[in-house]
Design a binder for this molecule. Sequence first.
Ligand SMILES: Nc1ncnc2c1ncn2[C@@H]1O[C@H](COP(=O)(O)OP(=O)(O)OP(=O)(O)O)[C@@H](O)[C@H]1O
Ligand SMILES: [Mg+2]
Ligand SMILES: [Zn+2]
Length: 343
Amino acid sequence: MSRSSSVSSDHIPDISDFDPEKWTIKFVNEGAANLVFEVKLPPSAPSTTGSYSKGNHDIFQGNLLRVPKAGAKTFPYPELQQYWESTITPLFPLDNLVQHQLVKLGHSPSAVVDLLNNVLIKEESGRRKDFRGTRVLPDAQYGMLIEDMRSRNPNDLFLESKPKWLSPSPSARTRCRNCAREAYRDHLDPSHHKAHRLGILCPLDFIACRDSPESLSNVLKHILPASSPPTYRPHLTNWLKTNSLLPLLQKAQSEHDPSSGVDLELAMTLRDCSLFLRISSPEGGSGEVKIEAKLADLDKKNATKKKHHWEELERNLVEGGFYDGKETPREETDCLLERGKRK
Ligand SMILES: Nc1ncnc2c1ncn2[C@@H]1O[C@H](COP(=O)(O)OP(=O)(O)OP(=O)(O)O)[C@@H](O)[C@H]1O
Ligand SMILES: [Mg+2]
Ligand SMILES: [Zn+2]
C-alpha cells in the first residue's frame, strides 16, 4: 500500500459539492510549486447540504485554498499532509504551525480546477513574471485548506520570510551556507544580486539579533516593508529578541543536517520553510499588540530526486571557494561570518 493511500479519504471534504460556480475567488499568491487562493461563498449559500457545511459551518472561513501547480515535481498532497502530521507536527508547538487539512477538488475534469485557472488567466499581469502562464495541475484531486495568516483588519501587518539555514553548515568558514550559495548565484549570473535592492539577508542574523544591534537592524530592514508605520517596529524588535520559535527551528535544523545524510528529506524541508508573522494592533491603538508567528510551507521534499543536485551544488560551493570567500572574482555578501572577519 502506498503511503498516500494511508490518508483515509472518508473524512476529506469535497469542495466541489459546494456550488463552485457561485464562489468569489481571488488569487492570493504562489511559489514554485503551489498556488494559493481566497474563496468566498455567496452570502446565501445553502448551509444545509454538503458535508463541508454541516452546522452552518463555512470551511473557507479563515482559510485559504492551496493547490498544486502543473509541472511541479512535488509529492501528491495526501503524502504532504501525512508527512506533516507524522513528522513535522511533533517538532513544533501546535500554535507555531500554520494548520492545514486536505480537501477533494471533485472528479476530474474538475470544475474547481477550471475556475481557479480562469482566475489565473484574469490575474496574469499581477503574477510574478517567471510564473506567468503556469496553471493548476490538470488532474489535481486534492487541495489543502490552510489557515489564513493575512491581515484580519487594516491595522494588522502580515510579514513573511524564509529563515533558511539558521546555523553555519559544517563547511562554513567565511560564509554560511545561504550566503555561500548567494555568492555562487552572483558568480553565475551577475544580475542576480542587483535584483535584490536591499541585498540579501544573512539568515544567521535571525538568531544573532537577540544580542547584536547590527543583526537586528538587518533583519528589520529586510522583513519590515519601508512603507509600514513605525508603530510595528518595537513589537517586532521585541519578538525577534525573545521568540523561542526561531531557536527551535535552528535546533531542529542542526539535529537534521544534510551532510549527515541521515534524513535529507527532513533536513531540506526544515531549511525551506516560511515564517509568517501577523502583528495585530487593536483599533484605535488601545489594547495589547499581538504577534502570531507560524511556520508554513513545511512540505516533504523529494530527497531522492534532489540528492544529486544538492551534492553537486555543495561540491561547487566548496571547490569554488564560496564558503571561504576565495572565489574569483570575489563576490560581495553581507554574511554575518564575513562581517565578523572584516572587523
Ligand atoms: N497560510 C497562508 N496565509 C497567507 N498567505 C499565504 C499562506 N500560505 C501561502 N501564502 C502565500 O502564498 C505564497 C505561496 O505559498 P507556498 O509557500 O505554499 O507556495 P510554494 O510553491 O510552496 O512556495 P516555495 O516556492 O517557496 O516553496 C506564500 O509566499 C504566501 O505569500
Ligand atoms: Mg514550497
Ligand atoms: Zn550568511
